[in-house]
Design a protein around this ligand. Structure first.
Ligand SMILES: Nc1nc2c(ncn2[C@@H]2O[C@H](COP(=O)(O)OP(=O)(O)OP(=O)(O)O)[C@@H](O)[C@H]2O)c(=O)[nH]1
Length: 336
């Protein structure tokens, strides 16, 4: 009998550590002689995270929309072409931070009707300090979405444990168990964990979690973030959350920038901009350098300063947040 190719879906709010987990997972799979393939989804128009994934791993990018709604119909096509072209051992999907995994399942299910692939796990990465902060404000839309992502998971990774106290971790652990009693919980720093756990998650557990998670979702306060509308893929009525309030702005710098100044001004961005990433250029007059940066909840990090972009992406940054003014961001960036 033909063996199904497992699909692992990585979920988790913006900046929680999905790409960090993906990178570690892909290294583990390739080092074990397995052939993974990746589907990466970004709401912005460029995929900067894709650049830190090795060229040897086949990857499909789904940009400028969220696979849980606007470009969901493309997901099963992306799975189909990766499957046919590469005969992978595993398929990893990294969703946008604002996606509700329940809604991606439909795309995966469509694919499993036409080829031997099977959803094996939904792994939700949680930013520990962010969840702790939000749990103090139960009316937050972001908290409601995080809760959805956690409820659907077959494994929850409580990440950024270095940023919270032991007491806070205990409280978060309790909260996660309350929201999802079926999932395993791994407490991590930079998603460091035994990767065998992921490979050993079995599809049945994921299905059960989904079935029960789904029931919990439909009868909960989830209605606050949902509207009921026609599915644009199947024409079936279903629960669909909206995230129209989340927006992305892509800024192209027209000259090399001053890194110190950049570090200074990025902290003055409007509060509503909670995530940014990009590749910025600096020059010393003779040579030009590229710097990949990540900004999540007021924390700025430069990664692999000597990185050479795989494709010609020049001096660009994507800013993600809720209902912010693009003009305010542009004005701040003029100073760098
Ligand atoms: N302090 C700390 N930082 C972390 C940890 N894990 C990841 N980060 C940093 O958090 C930032 C966001 O990590 P990513 O892996 O890009 O997060 P993501 O979920 O893929 O982000 P989006 O694609 O925007 O949704 C990066 O700067 C990471 O280096 C951790 O455990 N502790």
């Amino acid at each position: 009998m033909l063996q199904s190719v497992p699909i692992h879906l990585f979920s988790g709010f913006l900046g929680s550590g999905k790409t960090t987990l993906l990178k570690k997972t892909l290294d583990y799979y390739t080092e074990s002689g397995k052939k993974p393939v990746v589907i990466m989804n970004e709401i912005g128009e460029i995929n900067l995270d894709g650049m830190i994934i090795g060229e040897e791993v086949p990857m499909t990018e789904m940009l400028s929309g969220c696979i849980c709604c606007t470009i969901r119909g493309d997901l099963s096509m992306a799975i189909k072409s990766l499957y046919t072209e590469h005969q992978p051992d595993a398929i990893f999907i990294e969703s946008t931070g604002i996606a509700n995994p329940m809604e991606i399942i439909e795309g995966v299910t469509d694919a499993s009707l036409i080829m031997p692939v099977e959803l094996q796990s939904i792994v939700t990465v949680v930013d520990a300090p962010h969840l702790f902060e939000l749990s103090r404000n139960s009316r937050s839309k972001t908290l409601a979405l995080m809760k959805e992502q956690i409820r659907c998971a077959s494994l929850v990774i409580l990440n950024k444990a270095d940023k919270v106290s032991a007491e806070e971790l205990d409280e978060l652990d309790q909260l996660l168990r309350e929201w999802n009693p079926f999932a395993g919980i791994e407490v991590t720093v930079y998603c460091h964990m035994d990767m065998q756990i992921l490979a050993s998650l079995n599809g049945m557990a994921a299905q059960e979690t989904l079935r029960l998670g789904n029931m919990a979702t439909c009868s909960s306060e989830h209605g606050q973030t949902c509207d009921h509308r026609q599915s644009d893929t199947g024409g079936k009525a279903h629960n669909h959350h909206t995230h129209d309030h989340v927006m992305a702005y892509t800024h192209y710098f027209n000259r090399p920038i001053d890194l110190d100044k950049f570090e200074e001004v990025i902290r003055t961005l409007p509060q509503q901009v909670y995530r940014a990433k990009g590749i910025v250029q600096t020059t010393d007059g003779e040579s030009t350098k590229h710097h990949l940066f990540q900004y999540a909840y007021r924390e700025l990090e430069f990664m692999n300063l000597s990185i050479k972009p795989k494709v010609a992406v020049q001096n660009v940054a994507v800013f993600i947040g809720e209902n912010f003014s693009k003009d305010d961001v542009i004005q701040v960036l003029q100073e760098v």
